[in-house]
Design a binder for this molecule. Structure first.
Ligand SMILES: Nc1nc2c(ncn2[C@@H]2O[C@H](COP(=O)(O)OP(=O)(O)O)[C@@H](O)[C@H]2O)c(=O)[nH]1
Ligand SMILES: [Mg+2]
Length: 284
């Protein structure tokens, strides 16, 4: 899909600007942690004396530390249930539901597989080796273990060379119309195959999303296909090419890399925390 600079600006004004991101620095691919005592890492702790146990650090009682840990929200979330809601052609075709996050990207980039991984289901969204099989916008509601419900929107792929041009033309307005019209949309996850060179279509699409004031999360898919020592340079190149503030999140539905981080980011953008109120989230 090509960028559409002449379109009227999104009017809902609910976006908080680009870069909501999970943009977390990738774990995999980063260089190994410095070995203790090599001068680059923290100084090694002194070995405990025989018969003694290391006590709490001065001024910090164990009770205080435990209480703080108990209050801290767990940095993981599971999908309790997930269900297919509808396959639609426009945002008007379905009643407004929970806050939504859309997954966009070329056909075959791994959108449906990622929906399944986020939902912790094997075959909720239909995956296929043949590009261009999904022809409708598929909606899935996921209930997370904190009780929050989010809607995942699986778009048909766009811009794949193996998809007939007529079909690409059919999808572009459908996707664009949905992105502009859906008031429940909180963010767009743009999936890029980590093995491919950056294509200008995808860069234009991300720029267009920024113009619409829609938060964007760029995700590098199939990261398992990239050798670990090459992951950092690949993600750094994508950061540069897309003009991101942080490297994209590398994900793999094969070994699960990045899926938990993305699920957390989706939860947080759909159900943001109430500032100053521990554990409370804004009601949609
Ligand atoms: N190695 C690997 N293959 C993947 C991954 N995600 C998806 N695939 C494969 O890529 C192909 C297309 O996936 P699909 O989810 O249908 O892509 P979609 O067209 O964007 O929905 C399928 O054969 C998947 O098994 C991944 O993380 N790693
Ligand atoms: Mg699909």
């Amino acid at each position: 899909m090509s960028a559409a600079p002449t379109l009227p600006k999104r009017k809902t004004g609910k976006g908080v600007g680009p870069g909501v991101g999970t943009g977390s620095t990738p774990k995999s691919g980063s260089t190994a942690a410095a070995a203790p005592g090599d001068g680059s890492g923290p100084a090694p702790r002194p070995a405990p004396q025989p018969g003694t146990r290391p006590g709490p650090r001065p001024g910090k009682s164990i009770e205080k530390r435990r209480a703080r840990q108990a209050n801290r929200a767990p940095r993981q979330t599971r999908a309790l249930t997930a269900e297919f809601v509808a396959a639609v052609a426009a945002s008007d075709d379905v009643a407004a539901g929970p806050p939504e996050v859309a997954l966009c990207g070329r056909s075959n980039v791994g959108k449906s597989s990622l929906v399944n991984a986020l939902c912790q289901q094997k075959a909720l969204a239909r995956t296929s080796r043949t590009p261009g099989r999904t022809r409708r916008i598929c909606l899935f509601d996921v209930v997370l273990d904190g009780g929050q419900t989010v809607r995942l929107v699986d778009f048909p792929g766009f811009g794949h060379a193996e998809v007939p041009l007529s079909m690409r033309d059919e999808f572009a307005p459908m996707i664009q119309g949905y992105l502009e019209g859906q008031t429940q949309l909180r963010a767009v996850v743009v999936l890029i195959d980590s093995r491919r060179d950056t294509d200008s279509d995808a860069v234009g699409f991300v720029e267009w999303l920024h113009e619409q004031r829609l938060p964007v999360v760029v995700v590098a898919t199939k990261i398992d296909k990239i050798p670990k020592n090459l992951r950092f340079p690949v993600l750094a190149r994508m950061k540069r090419d897309f003009g991101l503030q942080r490297p994209p999140l590398g994900v793999s539905t094969v070994d699960g890399d990045g899926v938990q981080a993305l699920r957390l980011a989706i939860r947080d953008v759909c159900h943001p925390r109430v500032p100053g109120k521990k554990g409370s989230r804004v009601q949609p």
